[in-house]
Structures are given as C-alpha cells and as structure tokens.
Design a protein. Structure first.
Length: 249
C-alpha cells in the first residue's frame, strides 16, 4: 500500500554553501550576502544543518546523511532524485550546471544499494528541458496526482511525459512571485501530507480554481499567505517517526 509520507530522510551535509550565481536569476528568494565570506556563510549553515539533523533524530526520525562535494553550493537541497515505495528511483534534469554535478556517481551508487534507477531524465539537460524532482512536482502519492507550477525549472512537456509514463494525473498552473515572475519551484508554495495540504493560492496566477477543487477532494486545505510563503512556510514535508507518528517538518 502506497504511503504519502516517508519514515526515512536523506540529508546532504554541504562542503560549500553560498549564493548560487547559476540559479539566482530564477530563484527570487535567494539573497546574496556580500558582507560575509563563503567560509563564514558555510560555518553558519553547518551550525544550522547539524541542529536540524539532531532535531530530526531527537524526534525518532530515521536519517541518512551523505557528504556533499565542492562546486555544489546547492548540494544541501537534493531534489535531483525521487524515490518510491517500490524501491525505484527517478533522476531528474537540473537547470544549473553546478546542480547537475550533485548527481555524483558516489551518491547514486549509495542510493542504488536500496533503490534501483528506473528513469533518468538527465539527457533533457542537453535540450534545456528541466524538471527538478519533487521541487517541481508536488506529489499526492496515494491518489497519484502531481501538481506543478510552470517555470523555467519545471517544463510542462517533460512533466506531461513523466505523468503519462507513471500513470499520474498532472495538474499544472501558473504562479506569480513577489517580483511578478513565476515561482521557481512548486514546493515553495504548496505541500501535501496524508490528510492536510498547505497551499498559497493567492500566488497562483492561472489555474488556481482547478488546484483547490482537486485538492479539496482528497485533503483538508490550510491556506498560507504570501508573507508566510516568503518565510518558507510552504516549503515543508510530512515525515513519519519510528512509531509512525506524523511530523510536519
């Protein structure tokens, strides 16, 4: 039986962390800090990372932590791979060239000890078609519905292909950020749990009624505001602990 929530999470402990010049053009929430060196920013990020990892473990959530690699400032956000209940794994196409480097042979090999790679969309990077995993596709795994806000990192044609191949219903919509541009990732403005779905419907420019109508058939909806979106309230995930208690992280 398919479960919406995992009981085991993957973390990547970064060896570099700073404003990514290759992705800032599409990520309007990324803020450069010219007053701090890369090493100072990394030091603060590692303090926060270690505290976050400890918090998960203290709440009886199973964690696997891998070490990132140099040249990958976004390594801490591993959205290039998605795993499924049947122990399959899909690898996705990434817009930033240094984000593509995150798909290291070592990390894929480690994941392949449990999950077999059944799909790899990396070739679509050559034709500038990007679909960045569960950051692009917000999945209702139980009902096999994928929600996606179209952006330069979330290609509609590639999403249609993925949904058709995986027997998912695809709900696409258009978003608008505080800058007037599309929100780069769908998981910034919505999240789906077992019974509860969070969504910032006021950020949906086109197709919002379809999203809300579909979501309301399967979930209780918790609306978040644009201000809450800016504080990344929508960028959350439901996780089970070792006693199958649901946690919103």
């Amino acid at each position: 039986m398919t479960s919406q929530s995992t009981n085991h999470v993957l973390l990547i402990r970064p060896v570099e962390f700073y404003c990514n010049e290759q992705t800032i053009e599409t990520n309007h929430y990324q803020q450069p800090d010219d007053n701090k060196s890369h090493s100072e920013i990394l030091e603060q990020a590692l303090i926060e990372f270690d505290a976050f990892e400890k918090n998960l473990l203290d709440h009886n959530i199973q964690v696997t932590t891998l070490i990132g690699q140099k040249g990958c400032p976004d390594n801490i956000f591993p959205n290039w791979a998605v795993t499924f209940d049947d122990q399959s794994m899909h690898i996705f196409s990434m817009l930033g060239e240094n984000r593509r480097l995150e798909k290291s042979k070592e990390h894929i090999s480690t994941l392949n000890q449990i999950y077999r790679t059944t799909l790899d969309y990396s070739e679509y990077e050559n034709t500038s078609q990007f679909l960045e995993g569960t950051s692009s596709l917000v999945l209702d795994r139980v009902n096999r519905i994928a929600y996606m806000g179209i952006s330069s990192r979330s290609n509609e044609d590639l999403a249609i292909k993925w949904a058709d191949d995986q027997n998912y219903q695809l709900i696409v919509f258009e978003t608008q950020s505080h800058t007037g541009d599309p929100i780069y990732h769908s998981d910034v403005m919505m999240s789906i749990g077992t019974e509860l779905a969070l969504v910032c419907s006021e950020s949906i420019k086109l197709g919002g009624n379809n999203v809300i109508n579909q979501l309301s058939q399967t979930h209780e909806i918790l609306e978040i505001s644009r201000d809450q979106l800016m504080s990344f309230c929508g960028n959350c995930i439901e996780i089970k602990d070792t006693n199958n208690k649901l946690n919103l992280v």
